[in-house]
Design a protein around this ligand. Structure first.
Ligand code: HC0
Length: 568
């Protein structure tokens, strides 16, 4: 162990510990702006500077390892003056629009200025001026608010394996941008929004759809229905002070009713439906020698990643549309007919933990009934803002039930929100269909948890099914490169674009850290365990839907409404 003092307090830590981590151990939080544990420890912003006795210059605590007998000072006047100067310099080239910025009250730069007690910016001069990039359906990049911390660059490269963003130009004109300052819509960005969740300021944000939804809600000619993705129920409490992972399903339903939606439905219902379609497709491919391994197709950032980087593997993707899109297609056909409405009258809003869903809804493949399946996508964060605007305090609300018919779902549907969840849900159903026996244990522990890649082999009455699960695109890349280099032992692969699955999505409340993802994942498993129904094929409304409308899985109507093909 290494012995040192921090502000004259003795500390003992393992070798290799940074000053930043050592200080945390004695309850001193050294402020940072660019630091992201294990992803972006680069000492770029200089906010974490500390004095080390004997060193000529101040040292960045996030990248300086401790040494034996080191004496560190984190809050003497030299350090505090330097820190204030650094932040003042950042603010001297930052828009002063905090009151109207979407990150107002949730901005790390704003918080830091408040913590340091800055009352004046001593440095005034030229400010950079960039045109915001609004070219995509999902993400807005405003370089004027960028503080060059490079977190977005690191998460895009290291966690997502995409590297769509990098430093451009030099000195005063530096910005973190796509190559050659191309708009995001022109580069291989998957629109996953992980950059948005690590941005300390408002430089990267989701494209706001709240105004579209307000307009629809006040249009009396529209029948506005909402669907809620699995992962939203374990995170929507966060903007209201609830712990990440709190299962807030009933309160969320009540909140959406109070916003004015005509019907409040559950994407988990179409997640169950997806299992029947996708499970049947898997069995079909195995029995008829179709393309294997089959790979899940419900995560739109993942689809876009395959299109950009592995187009020759598109035939491996399941032809199933995502549950969000299946829901839209059914709302505008089956539901419309059942309730005497026209497709044009119905306006479908999705609440998703995801920014890429905004892109998915606009894809040309997603208009089954002649009009858009889904009309607007709100992220969990946007819904939180809408509720606050209306003075709806989620924790105070009663628990209410989803509406029928698309409000009945199984625990398997809830599992979709966590990495491994689609796989576990599929296994619960495929096992029982193939073996014609009841599963002895519902939980497939091997595909649970936050590890980047998980594997399992399941014995289906003599047939061995090899499966793999990846979350985070850099992990998916490992599996895809294995596919490229030789025959694969896998039959079925689940890929979710974001770390931890949708619960760690780019539209989730901030902070979206490993700790919050862990808690949300526990919430998903709790929600599954609480459901009276646990298997998709036992969902009575899914059965009714097949009896009344679809016929059977992979049938003609399913093909027209619920499946699609992604072509290079
Ligand atoms: Fe997901 Fe989905 S599970 S992608 O992560 O499959 O966004 O939560 O809604 O569509 O159901 C996101 C979450 C969904 C879809 C479902 C799938």
């Amino acid at each position: 162990p290494v012995h040192l003092t921090i502000n004259d307090c003795k500390v003992t830590v393992p070798p290799g510990t940074t000053i930043l981590e050592a200080a945390q151990q004695i309850g001193i939080r050294i402020p940072t702006l660019c630091y992201l544990k294990e992803i972006n420890a680069i000492g770029a912003c200089r906010v974490c500077v500390v004095e080390v006795a004997g060193a000529k210059t101040l040292q960045a605590a996030c990248v300086t390892p401790v040494a034996e007998n080191m004496a560190v000072y984190t809050n003497n006047s030299r350090v505090r003056d330097a820190r204030r100067t650094v932040v003042e310099l950042i603010l001297s080239n930052h828009p002063e629009d905090c009151l109207t910025c979407v990150r107002n009250q949730n901005c790390e730069l704003q918080n830091l200025a408040a913590e340091l007690g800055l009352r004046q910016i001593h440095y005034q001069g030229a400010k950079t001026s960039f045109l915001p990039d609004t070219s995509t359906a999902a993400i807005v990049r405003d370089a004027n608010k960028c503080i060059l911390c490079r977190r977005c660059q690191s998460v895009c490269r290291q966690i997502q394996g995409v590297a769509a963003l990098a430093p451009m130009d030099r000195g005063f004109y530096s910005s973190i941008a796509p190559a050659l300052h191309q708009p995001l819509s022109n580069v291989a960005c998957t629109l996953c929004g992980q950059c948005v969740t690590v941005c300390p300021t408002g430089a990267l944000t989701e494209k706001d759809s709240t105004q579209d939804v307000w307009t629809a809600l006040s249009d009396r000619r529209k029948h506005v229905v909402v669907q809620v993705a699995p992962a939203v129920r374990v995170s929507i409490g966060e903007p209201f002070g609830l712990e990440p992972g709190t299962v807030a399903t009933g309160k969320l339903v009540a909140a959406l009713r109070r916003l004015g939606f005509a019907k409040v439905f559950d994407t988990d219902f179409t997640a169950d439906l997806t299992i029947l379609e996708e499970g049947s497709e898997l069995i079909d491919r195995i029995q008829k020698g179709g393309v294997l391994p089959m790979i899940t197709s419900c995560s739109p950032g993942w689809i876009k990643y395959v299109e950009h980087f592995y187009p020759e593997y598109l035939p491996h993707l399941s032809t199933c549309k995502s549950p969000q899109q299946m829901f839209g297609a059914l709302a505008k056909t089956y539901y419309a007919k059942k309730y005497g409405l026209s497709a044009e009258e119905i306006y479908v809003v999705s609440v998703m933990p995801c920014t890429a869903k905004k892109f998915e809804m606009g894809r040309p493949e997603m208009a089954a009934g002649g009009c858009r399946d889904v009309d607007a996508v709100l992220t969990t964060r946007e819904l939180g803002r809408m509720l606050k605007e209306c003075g709806i305090n989620l924790p105070e609300l009663p628990e209410e039930e989803y509406d029928l018919p698309f409000g009945i779902a199984s625990g398997a549907g809830v599992l979709f929100g966590a990495s491994g969840g689609v796989m576990e849900a599929a296994l619960r159903t495929v096992y029982e269909i193939i073996t014609e026996q009841e599963l002895p244990t519902l939980e497939f522990e091997a595909v649970r948890g936050l590890q980047g890649i998980k594997e399992a082999t399941v014995d289906l009455a003599g047939t061995r099914l090899n499966v793999a699960v990846a979350n985070g695109l850099a992990n998916a890349k490992i599996l895809m490169d294995q596919l490229r280099t030789g025959p694969s032992q896998y039959h079925f692969i689940e890929v979710m674009c974001c770390p931890g699955g949708c619960l760690g999505g780019g539209g989730q409340p901030l902070p979206n850290t490993a700790e919050t993802r862990q808690k949300r994942m526990a919430g998903i498993y709790t929600a599954d365990a609480q459901m009276p129904l646990r298997k998709s094929h036992e969902n009575p409304v899914v059965k009714q839907l097949y009896a009344e409308f679809l016929g059977y899985p992979l049938g003609h109507r399913s093909h027209r409404l619920l499946h699609t093909q992604y072509t290079p």
